[in-house]
Ligand binder design. Structure first.
Ligand SMILES: Cc1cc2nc3c(=O)[nH]c(=O)nc-3n(C[C@H](O)[C@H](O)[C@H](O)COP(=O)(O)OP(=O)(O)OC[C@H]3O[C@@H](n4cnc5c(N)ncnc54)[C@H](O)[C@@H]3O)c2cc1C
Length: 252
């Protein structure tokens, strides 16, 4: 979010922008640094969120064009009805919302995706796989070309008042006119008690290496899929193994 925000702002004027990240861009602690992430229009009944996804697709396409890199692989999102009533309700609501907004939802899907077994499924044709880490570096390089300074540094304290500033762990005082804080699960440490506190939850990632042909699980044949409380991505940007030692487990 920090990189994307800097990218939007740096094109709108001649402001001097400094982007500080405690561990640097693409670090092992942040949520955004992973091989891939799901992109979708499907957010249940939530038309507002769906609308934001529609807008953000344009931004991803712009970024691809500006950086000359492929970042969003269009695979579609297959929502399979399973045993979990809440998840089934979410899938149905997403289908209804997409249909109402004329965003091309389909009911289906056995013929197109015979590798999945379910009594019923819905297809969001705008779903896809975002190559997340690649996007971080594309954004970082783009904003630096636009004059943004990107530095490793930890904001320790916010000083608000006539001359607002941030104190960093290196003892530096950075004065600012406008400040955007996008430090995710660490927000409480810097913002509390001024803003509502956040509760972070752990998301478990598991990488499977298919026993047979990996080609069946590549983006051109395999969509992103949701079922019950789980979701899965095709082998995009990765061949089914964790990308870095110690990250995730290889399960056969
Ligand atoms: C396992 C997992 C799977 C997910 N899957 C999906 C998905 O498929 N689709 C989807 O849309 N979303 C998904 N999400 C959510 C999505 O990844 C996050 O919402 C998004 O990456 C958050 O980005 P962010 O910039 O807010 O936070 P982060 O990427 O966590 O960045 C916060 C940054 O702040 C820095 N920082 C912290 N404290 C300070 C400080 N004091 N000073 C300076 N810098 C600081 C950190 O070093 C970090 O780099 C998933 C999340 C996880 C964890």
């Amino acid at each position: 979010m920090g990189l994307s925000t800097a990218c939007s702002i740096c094109k709108t004027g001649d402001s001097k922008i400094l982007l500080l990240d405690r561990h640097g861009i693409g670090n092992d602690y942040c949520s955004s640094n992973d091989v891939n992430r799901v992109f979708r229009y499907s957010y249940g009944n939530d038309e507002h969120y769906t609308g934001m996804a529609v807008e953000s697709l344009k931004l991803w396409k712009n970024l691809e064009e500006e950086s000359g890199q492929e970042l969003l692989l269009p695979t579609g999102l297959l929502m399979l009805q399973g045993e979990d009533r809440d998840a089934n309700g979410f899938n149905e609501a997403s289908y209804r919302t997409l249909s109402r907004l004329k965003l091309g939802a389909e009911e289906e899907i056995e013929k197109r995706f015979p590798q999945f077994r379910a009594e019923k499924g819905f297809f969001d044709p705008h779903g896809g796989v975002l190559l997340a880490s690649k996007a971080l570096y594309a954004l970082s390089s783009l904003i630096q070309k636009h004059g943004v300074t990107v530095r490793k540094g930890q904001a320790m304290k916010l000083v608000l008042g006539d001359q607002p500033s941030v104190e960093t762990s290196a003892g530096e005082i950075v004065r600012f006119h406008k400040l955007v804080v996008t430090i995710g699960p660490w927000s409480n440490t810097l913002l509390s008690p001024r803003l509502t506190s956040m509760v972070s939850t752990r998301q478990q990632l598991v990488y499977f290496k298919p026993q047979n042909s990996l080609d069946l699980f590549r983006p051109r044949t395999c969509p992103v899929f949701f079922t019950d409380k789980h979701y899965g991505l095709p082998a995009a940007g990765i061949d089914g193994r964790a990308s870095r030692p110690g990250e995730g487990e290889q399960i056969r």
